[in-house]
Write a protein that binds this ligand. Structure first.
Ligand code: GAP
Length: 462
């Protein structure tokens, strides 16, 4: 049991140093790998390994639980990634979903004009330092593709750059089948694609990513109030997955920078190691999207109010979050290093991911004290079977117990269960059928009866 713990790392070192350590841990432990790595990768695309996949699943499941299952006024949908091109014409994406791009004439890099460093008032190439840049031109971020066997104009469509449009174009169907009354929402989680000019900051700005979006439809007179409501709800969500209030910031977008149809937009931002950056947008989009699709399709997308007997297009408030960005925020917030010193004065650095147990990829490590003792192993295996239906568990019998704890600390596993000689009654009946439960953050241990283990852990991970 360590006597001293000394936290030296959390915010002391520079952001880039911290980020390097996070990226390296992500690869070493199987959170995130470069896509197509053995062929040199594909810029802006990432694969999630076993731990990263569990982390994202926990995040998406909790979002769905909070936004859909725990509410009466929200239903879910799962739209296709490819949609009729007219969706993107009507929504404005085909003409206006662009970023300003410049080329560096010296090193031929393609760069986002609005993200260039400046020196003496002149924009500079961040790659080679040259000032010899082209004029900015609009670059459409949508990935173009062809549907069917003919590659002509009539077959063009795009990989969706946001999940939201599927919700708008299915508004009428979902209203009818769900029989909801205003205000009500439609939620969706799914992949989105943007041909970002400069993907960067690890998974933060990718070309393929996942979104968690809610379109909350309402009467026009309630839009502004619901914008405030959803901002608070979303902040509560982030706190409940373990991001501290201090690390979260709200940026109210000035009216002149909001989209022309928006009557108010907030960005929820997080203190990443590379700076304070957007996690989620909460936008009051008025009736713009439904109006556009009604006009373009010629199909009614209005709502009939039985009380006033009036037809009108509902307004919408949209909290739109990124799965990958939030997963990166969770890993950044959780990453910690501390020096621990044992009774003999031996010090070592412990790397630990302090995930909220609700988000942790593995909830519990199960360890027989020795791997060559049949009774210890059998009992540990039985505990794995007992817990498996309720949570993600990991069985590990190799190496010294201290090493096994450290491996789980690095994976962010909040609890470790050790089956020892007391468990199998070798030291008398008093502690028979009990195990030690080690807590990741404090490293403290307590003794728990095996039959109480599922409930004990269950209430701490929900
Ligand atoms: N429907 C509204 C919409 O898509 P957005 O601000 O463009 O709004 C919403 O995107 C969220 O999607 C962002 O706050 C971010 O979390 C995530 N996101 C957007 N572009 C991304 C990218 N290139 N890589 C990773 N996540 C991205």
């Amino acid at each position: 049991m360590p006597l001293f713990r000394f936290r030296y790392m959390a915010h002391a070192k520079s952001g880039s140093d911290r980020m390097e350590k996070i990226v390296s841990l992500c690869k070493r432990r199987g959170f995130v790998f470069q896509s197509s790595e053995i062929y040199g990768g594909l810029n802006g695309c990432w694969d999630y390994g076993p731990l990263g996949t569990e982390l994202k699943r926990n995040l998406k499941d909790f979002w769905w639980r909070r936004m859909v299952r725990e509410r009466d006024d929200v239903v879910g949908m799962d739209g296709s990634i490819l949609m009729n091109r007219q969706v993107w014409v009507a929504s404005g994406h085909e003409n206006t979903f662009t970023d300003p791009m410049v080329d560096c004439r010296n090193c031929k890099s393609r760069l986002r004009a609005d993200q260039l460093p400046e020196k003496n008032g002149r924009k500079q190439c961040p790659v080679c330092g040259s000032f010899d840049l082209t004029e900015p031109r609009a670059f459409n971020l949508m990935f173009k593709t062809y549907v069917g066997a003919t590659e002509d104009e009539s077959a063009i469509t795009y990989l969706r750059p946001e999940t939201a449009q599927a919700i708008f174009v299915q508004f009428r169907n979902i209203l009818e089948v769900s029989r909801k009354k205003l205000p009500f929402g439609i939620a969706q989680i799914g992949k989105a694609f943007r041909n970002e000019i400069n993907p960067r900051n690890f998974t933060f700005r990718s070309r393929e990513f996942e979104q968690m979006e809610l379109e909350y439809f309402c009467r026009p007179e309630n839009g502004l109030e619901l914008l405030e409501y959803w901002l608070q709800e979303r902040l509560r969500f982030y706190r409940d997955i373990g991001l501290s209030s201090e690390s979260l910031h709200v940026h109210k977008i000035p009216p002149e920078e909001c989209a022309h149809y928006s009557k108010g937009t907030y960005d929820i931002e997080f203190e990443f190691p590379f700076g304070i950056q957007e996690l989620e947008g909460v936008a009051y989009r008025t009736d713009y999207d439904l109006n556009q699709h009604q006009k373009a399709s010629g199909k009614p997308l209005d709502y009939f109010d039985e009380e006033s007997k009036q037809h009108f297009i509902p307004h919408v408030v949209e909290p739109s979050a990124g799965v990958d960005r939030t997963a990166l925020a969770l890993i950044s917030a959780a990453y910690d290093e501390e020096v621990v010193t044992d009774e003999k004065g031996k010090s070592e650095t412990r790397t630990v991911l302090r995930f909220h147990p609700r988000m942790a990829p593995i909830k519990c490590g199960v360890f027989p004290l020795l791997k060559n003792n049949e009774l210890l192993v059998r009992q540990a295996r039985e505990i794995v079977d007992q817990l498996r239906g309720e949570m993600m568990v990991f069985y590990d019998e190799t190496g010294a117990i201290g090493r096994r704890y450290r491996r789980q600390d690095e994976a962010g596993t909040p609890f470790g269960v050790t089956v020892d000689f007391d468990t199998i009654g070798e030291n008398g009946p008093a502690l028979r059928d009990t195990v030690t439960v080690r807590h990741r953050d404090s490293m403290e241990q307590e003794r728990i009866a095996i039959k109480e283990l599922t409930a004990f852990l269950g209430e701490r991970i929900r």
